[in-house]
Design a protein around this ligand. Structure first.
Ligand SMILES: Nc1nc(=O)c2c([nH]1)NC[C@@H]1CN(c3ccc(C(=O)N[C@@H](CCC(=O)O)C(=O)O)cc3)CN21
Ligand SMILES: CC(C)C(=O)C(=O)O
Ligand SMILES: [Mg+2]
Length: 273
């Protein structure tokens, strides 16, 4: 089956996401980086699947999101696309593949759309990347913005502390959100900023605003799947709610398997030919 076929399932579109904001239904979003996990989260009814560049941390073990490449993002995205039947699939354009050169930004977005079959791209930044955003949108590729804590520029700030607490930074963030909306972005992610500011942004722009560490006054929430499942045990920021302890469940399963192999309990007769 082609990645573009719809087979009777009503797919989420940017139009449906806008309707959700307009009627006050909150939008749910989680990351996924591979086929098996994407299949489960899509079947559970998630609205948006984000193939985040957090794959750099979660999948590859890098300290930041900076090292992941466009080819690697396309590899993750194409696996997710093969699994997802209903959700809207957004892919982060990685660091270095869109900033400062709108032609390269367009080329990167087109590669992601053409080679993975995803539905939209996400980019970090406001005014600084305006030309890139406009160029991508001009090709008909939906763009999601990302403001506040922007991990691709971590070395400019040096820490992952809460952003836009100062009045000047808050004012710039609101301006950036307006710019992204005017450019034609279909939604904006706000990461780790005061809840009051995030609420103000969600009330200022008409497009959906999805928060992570941005409080409950926005139009939806996003988390990294492995964080909310309790797989990434070392990552425990205050905004994270852990919905399962998969590390414990997995460790117990592995321990039991190892014990059964050593004791020759596994395999038994019914598990043999
Ligand atoms: N596993 C994972 N989850 C994420 O949410 C995530 C990634 N990786 N990688 C890319 C970015 C980086 N993100 C981050 C990174 C750190 C904090 C954070 O709050 N870190 C510290 C506080 C640091 C400080 O205050 O100086 C913490 O409390 O854990 C938040 C979001 C969000 N993204
Ligand atoms: C944390 C979310 C918003 C993200 O950009 C990612 O997972 O890469
Ligand atoms: Mg990201």
């Amino acid at each position: 089956m082609s990645v573009h076929s719809s087979a009777n399932i009503k797919r989420i579109t940017t139009h449906i996401l806008q309707e959700m904001k307009d009627r006050g239904e909150k939008i749910s979003m989680l990351t996924a980086y591979d086929y098996s996990m994407a299949k489960i989260v899509d079947a559970a009814g998630i609205d948006i699947v984000l193939v985040g560049d957090s794959a750099s941390n979660v999948m590859a073990g890098h300290e930041t999101t900076l090292p992941i490449t466009l080819d690697q993002m396309i590899y993750h995205a194409s696996a997710v696309v093969r699994a997802v039947k209903r959700s809207f699939i957004v892919v982060d354009i990685p660091f270095g593949n869109y900033q400062g050169n709108s032609s390269e930004a367009l080329r990167s977005a087109i590669r992601i759309m053409k080679e993975s079959g995803a539905h939209a791209v996400k980019v970090e930044g406001g005014a600084e990347i305006k030309e890139s955003v406009i160029r991508i949108l001009s090709a008909g590729v939906p763009v999601m913005g990302h403001l506040g804590l922007t991990p691709q520029s971590i070395y400019k700030f040096g820490t992952y502390t809460v952003r836009a607490k100062e009045e000047a930074e808050a004012a710039k963030l609101i301006e950036d959100a307006k710019i992204l909306e005017q450019c034609g972005c279909f939604a904006i992610v706000l990461e780790k900023i005061p809840a009051s500011l995030a609420k103000k942004v969600a009330e200022t722009v008409n497009i959906p605003v999805i928060g992570i560490g941005a409080g409950g006054g926005v139009d939806g929430q996003v988390l990294v799947m492995h964080d909310m499942l309790g797989i990434t045990q070392e990552f425990k920021p205050r905004f994270l709610r852990q919905y399962a302890d998969l590390q414990k469940i997995m460790t117990d399963a592995f321990t039991e398997y190892i014990r059964d192999v050593k004791s020759q309990d596994f395999p038994n007769e019914s598990e043999s030919y």
